[in-house]
Each structure stands twice: as C-alpha cells, then as structure tokens.
Design a protein around this ligand. Structure first.
Ligand code: UGA
Length: 442
C-alpha cells in the first residue's frame, strides 16, 4: 500500500531517493530550501547529471506521484515517513562532519509534525547523531513521543544511483522499536520482495555500518595505491599485481584499481569524520590507519604532477597541459574533492597552461576553479598540448585512438593517471606513456 513520504534535501542522494520512492509506488514530496532546484525538479528535470534519473523524475512528476516544495509546513502535514537526505560535508577548518544542515532540517520540520510520523535519517553522520537528533525532535515536535526517529543509511554510488536505490545490495534499518522497523519494511516492501538482504539493528550500529563500509572501500583503494608506490620503487607492475590478487575470492577485484585515488563528496570526508568521532568517543587509536589511508591517497595526486614534470624534462612552467576529466569519477558531474581538478589546479599554480575538458563536469569545475581554462571538446583541449593527463576514466577518453590523438598534440606524452589505457598500444603509436605503479613501456 502506498505511503505518504517526504524527502528532505534534494541533492545527489535526496533527488534520487525521492524519485526511487515514487517508483516503488509511494506518494512523495521532495523538500529543499533552494527554490531554483525545486522548480527544476518540478519540471521533471534533474538539477545534476545522473544516468537514469531524469526519465524517472519526468515519469513520476508527470503521474502526479512526485512533487517538490520549499515548504516544511506542507511536508510536515503530508508525510507518514520523512527521509532526511541533507548533506554532511567536512567542517571548514576541521576534519569532523558539519551537521548544521541535519540540525536545520530537524528544526525546520519538527514544529510541523502534528501527528504520528517516522523520521528516517539517510545522511552519513557520526555515530551518536541519531540519539542526539531524537532528543531534539522530541523537544520540538508538537506530536512529541508519537514522532519517532530511525536510521536507514544509504549506500548508493553516484553514476549508478538509480540502480542502487531500486536494487540495493542490502537494507540496513536502525530502529528503537519493532513498529518502526515494520513501517520501513512497508516503505521498501518491493525491494524486500526481490530478496534484498535486510539487517535490522539499533541506531548506532546503523550509523556505523555506513562509515565502516566507506572506510573499508577507501582502505582497499589506498592499499592498492600503496602497492603502486612499492611497484614504482621496485620496477613492478601494480595492474598485474592487482589482477593476480583479485583471483583470491577472499580479496576480490573490486575497488582494487590503482591510479589517482579516491575523491568525491563521500569517501574522503567520511574517513576524516570517522577518525575524529572515534577519538571523541575515546577510541583514539582504533582508526589511526585511516590517516595513512588518507595520506596514501593524497600522495597519488602529487605523483601525477611529478610524472608530468618528468615527461616535460623537469619543469612544467609554461607547458601546455591538457587534463582530460574534471569529475571525481566517470558518469557524474560531481567535482567535490576531485583528484582530477586537484591535479589541474596544482599544475596551473606551478605555471602550466592547463586546459581541462570533462564531458559533463566542465560547468561545475569552472564554478570551483574559474582561473583554469575549459574546452568544450577533448580535441580542443589537446590541440597543441605538450602533455596530456588522463585524469577521469570516461569511456570517451579510454577509447581514444592514440594515432589520431597523436596528430592533434604538439608532443606525444601522456600520463594515464587511472591506468585506463593499454601502455604498449600508446607506446607503439609513438607516445611517451606513464602509468601509475607500472613501468613505462619500452
Ligand atoms: C561512495 C560509496 O561507494 C557508496 O557506497 C556510498 O553510498 C557513497 O560513497 C556515499 O557515501 O554516499 P561514490 O562517492 O559515488 O560512492 O564513489 P565510488 O564509486 O565509491 O568512488 C570513489 C572514488 O574512488 C572515485 O574517485 C573513484 O575514482 C575511486 N576509485 C574507485 C579508485 O580510485 N579505485 C577503485 O578501484 C575504485
């Protein structure tokens, strides 16, 4: 049976969740303080690039099952279940999480909760936040103890967000009562019917599952990038090493791609916030290794800049560098903590003439780094380049023909910062090729 659902916050997580809830058959209102975003969404358009999202929005805005508003009063009056999907970025000047948007959402919604409702937090938060928010809610909601809080972390990946919402690997429900779990099981009835594993637990465990998962993924990436550093020192090949490791089923091959490392709005800030929170709780040493994970990751960015310098014979000053990619990974326009843009900005600061091209993220990148130059096409970016850096492995870049590209550049030099190209093929086409953690082809 359809429930009346609201989704507070319509960023990468909330917009997809709102559309996903409508697809599961519910009546949904998405809420955001940004009026322009709300207008865009109400027109059935996605305010950012996410494959598959726009058709879903258009379908359900069209069917009348999904609408967006800036009014918390409307949301409070409407919803049986309210999903909290606002951002929890890194706090400026600290490594901890900035919870101001979560607190503001609770404060804006609570006074309008006149009848029983369940608030389900989806945002990634430091463990203990749910308990604090429950008290805040109880103090401010007119319906008081009839308003409950649960934690239901989200594991979607940008670029696959629709798929991950409708067909997640698992559902985790952190609840204080069986009744609240039953409400969320109704919300996800179709997902559960499809056989999705379900873990019902307490709120702190649910909060922790999310940061533990992201920390594990970050650790796996930094592990293979640490191996890349050793391979560089030993003259070995991390791509072949990773392949050999992956056949061990206990290790597996996913998230074992060495390269420029992880970025985005989640992994980097989550490992930092997790370390900070563990220390606050008295588990000072438990997550020390995550600092190393972070450092290995950041060193890969410097490595790419060093490889560019090496290919240019020692100095990047005045060199024309084409950076292919600005998004933190392919299939998104998200440039938050993007390794690609970090490399581009560092080269620019060191005096290179950097031209960036990304198939989807040019506009977001230009808003963040207006001093860099942006090209509308890859061909335009590489025209006359002294060196090319492949920084985000979009398919249109990894499928480039080295012979054709060779005719457009000034010098055939490439840093494959994502190990996404066939080194021998590029060397055969006359390119000086440098990968990450692998010897240069001869
Ligand atoms: C990540 C998690 O994968 C999701 O499960 C989680 O829900 C999400 O954060 C979140 O907390 O909201 P996402 O940030 O979309 O998802 O990106 P990932 O696909 O995890 O990639 C993160 C970074 O790792 C990218 O920069 C990617 O290029 C890099 N990466 C990934 C590698 O360098 N090597 C790999 O082998 C895999």
């Amino acid at each position: 049976m359809a429930l009346r659902i609201t989704v507070i916050g319509t960023g990468y997580l909330g917009a997809v969740h709102a559309a996903g809830m409508a697809e599961l058959g519910h009546d949904v209102i998405g809420v955001d303080v940004d009026e322009r975003k709300v207008d865009t969404l109400n027109a059935g358009r996605a305010p950012f690039f996410e494959p598959g999202l726009e058709p879903l929005l258009a379908k359900h805005v069209g069917s009348g099952r999904l609408r967006f508003t800036t009014s918390f009063a409307e949301a409070g009056e409407f919803g049986d279940v309210h999903f909290l999907c606002v951002g929890t970025p890194q706090q400026p000047g600290s490594r901890g999480a900035d919870l101001r948007y979560v607190d503001a959402a609770i404060d804006a919604l609570a006074p309008h909760l006149q009848r029983p409702a369940l608030i389900a937090g989806k945002s990634t938060v430091p463990v203990g936040t749910a308990e604090r928010l429950a008290a805040r809610l109880a103090a401010k909601a007119p319906a008081m103890e009839e308003v409950h809080l649960a934690w239901n972390p989200e594991f979607l990946r940008e670029g696959f967000a629709v798929e991950d919402t409708l067909r997640p690997d698992r559902l985790v429900l952190g609840v204080t009562s069986r009744t609240d779990a039953a409400v969320l099981e109704r919300v996800y009835a179709k997902v559960l019917q499809a056989g999705t594993p379900l873990v019902v637990t307490d709120m702190p465990t649910a909060e922790l599952v999310k940061v533990a998962a992201n920390s594990f993924l970050a650790t796996k990436i930094s592990f293979i990038n640490a191996m890349a550093e050793v391979c560089e020192a030993a003259g070995a090949d991390v791509v072949e090493l990773s392949q050999a490791l992956s056949y061990d089923e206990r290790i597996g091959g996913k998230f074992l791609r060495a390269g420029l490392g992880f970025g985005g709005g989640c992994l980097p800030k989550d490992i930092r916030a997790f370390t900070t929170r563990a220390a606050e709780l008295g588990a000072h040493e438990a997550l020390n290794f995550l600092r190393e994970v972070d450092e290995v990751n950041m060193r890969r960015r410097s490595r790419v800049v060093d490889l560019v310098r090496e290919l240019l014979g020692g100095s990047v000053l005045g060199a024309k560098v084409a950076v292919l990619g600005a998004a933190f990974k392919p299939s998104t326009d998200d440039v938050r903590d993007s390794p690609a843009l970090n490399v581009a900005a560092t080269l620019h600061l060191a005096g290179s003439q950097v031209v960036v091209h990304d198939p989807e993220a040019n506009a977001n990148a230009a808003a963040k780094f207006p001093t860099l130059s942006y090209a509308a096409t890859a061909a335009e970016a590489v025209a006359g380049a002294d060196v090319v850096v492949l920084a985000t492995e979009w398919e249109q870049f990894t499928s480039m023909d080295p012979v054709e590209l060779g005719q457009q550049v000034e010098y055939r030099r490439i840093v494959d910062a994502r190990n996404a190209l066939d080194p021998q093929r590029w060397a055969d086409a006359g390119w000086a090729y440098r990968g990450m953690g692998r010897p240069a082809p001869t």
